[in-house]
Design a protein around this ligand. Structure first.
Ligand code: G3H
Ligand code: 13P
Ligand code: ZN
Length: 316
């Protein structure tokens, strides 16, 4: 069942974080739904601009609708990840999305507010929820590439004004994470002190943590042992998710870790089965491994086991 993102936030706030997982193809979508059902968790299906281009928006939408039929128990929201203004408007008009992210974090404060507000004004009359970003995360996204030197933590003192003037529903904050498999290089680290200050300025308001893959070292070692070259890859300590949730982080974005599962499964399989050329046996293994990865993540997020409680809450 596709639901309103804000309602999921209301249920989760201060208790646990909802996993927001990026998807690109059928195998990933089946694994995602299976993993969330296995762990009885609500979740957010996240679609980036790059994913919309790769599989086509029509195909992605069709796959999600089909997964919704295959897994009638599932409770999830459909979200545009890192949208620019035009893509947000496209998603708002499509009627398929529960929420959109307008990422105007590369613009200055006033322009970020003006852009975010235009998206909010278009989205709210249609019941669509909006996430914005304040501060600059490091790493690479589809239309924004920020070097470590340019990354900028969110200034807690600017958050209240930003939220009040835009009327946005949730806010991605930069607290030291970055996108991709090479986090915390140079001077980066996770800043709970900043997060705490932000929560004090906007108590009860849902915050979002991007760049939250943990890049498990065991996964990296297996990939490297099977011919990969990911030396120095590093991520967020997933045992800190619960602490972040208590401080108002209600949505945690994970993409890279899923890509690592895909890479490990495929590298090991083809190393061990050099004569294989059928994509179905390996596709089956990937769906199973991806489902188990999602279920494990949900345990760390605290969203595992919340499904029936969310269902009851949504009926109220
Ligand atoms: O934050 C970016 C997400 O990891 C999506 O990545 O733009 O390569 O699909 P993508
Ligand atoms: P990771 O690269 O850490 O998985 O972050 C994903 C993300 O923030 C998507 O918006
Ligand atoms: Zn992101």
């Amino acid at each position: 069942m596709i639901v309103n993102t804000k309602r999921l936030f209301e249920h989760a706030y201060g208790k646990y974080a909802i996993g927001a997982y990026n998807i690109n193809n059928a195998e990933q979508i089946v694994g995602l739904f299976q993993g969330n059902i296995d762990s009885q968790a609500p979740f957010i299906v996240q679609i980036s601009k790059g994913a919309r281009k790769y599989t086509s928006t029509i195909m992605l939408e069709g796959l999600i609708r089909s997964a919704n039929e295959m897994f009638p128990e599932a409770i999830f929201a459909v979200h545009l990840d890192h949208g620019d203004e035009a893509t947000c408007m496209d998603c708002i008009n499509s009627g398929f999305y529960s929420s959109v992210m307008i990422d105007a974090s590369a613009l200055d404060f006033e322009e970020n507010i003006a852009t975010t507000k235009r998206v909010v004004d278009a989205a709210h009359p249609r019941g669509i929820v909006v996430e914005a970003e304040l501060g600059k995360l490091g790493g690479v996204e589809e239309h924004v590439s920020v070097s470590d030197a340019d990354a900028k933590l969110t200034d807690p003192d600017s958050v209240r004004e930003f939220v009040d003037r835009t009327n946005v529903d949730s806010l991605a904050v930069a607290i030291g994470t970055s996108h991709g498999a090479f986090k915390f290089t140079g001077s980066q680290s996770l800043h709970f002190d900043v997060l705490e200050e932000i929560q004090k300025r906007v108590p009860g308001f849902p915050l979002v943590m991007h760049g939250s893959s943990s890049v498990p070292q065991e996964e990296v070692a297996r990939i490297n042992a099977a011919g990969g070259d990911l030396k120095g890859a590093k991520g967020v300590d997933a045992t800190q998710f619960r602490q972040a949730a208590k401080l108002g982080v209600t949505k945690i974005n994970i993409d890279t870790d899923g890509r690592l599962v895909w890479t490990r499964v495929h590298r090991e399989y083809f190393r061990d089965h050099p004569a294989e050329f059928d994509f179905r046996p390996i596709g089956k293994i990937f769906m199973k491994e991806y489902a188990s990865f999602i279920a494990q993540k949900n345990e760390l997020l605290g969203s595992a086991g919340q499904l029936e409680s969310v269902r009851a809450f949504l009926k109220k």
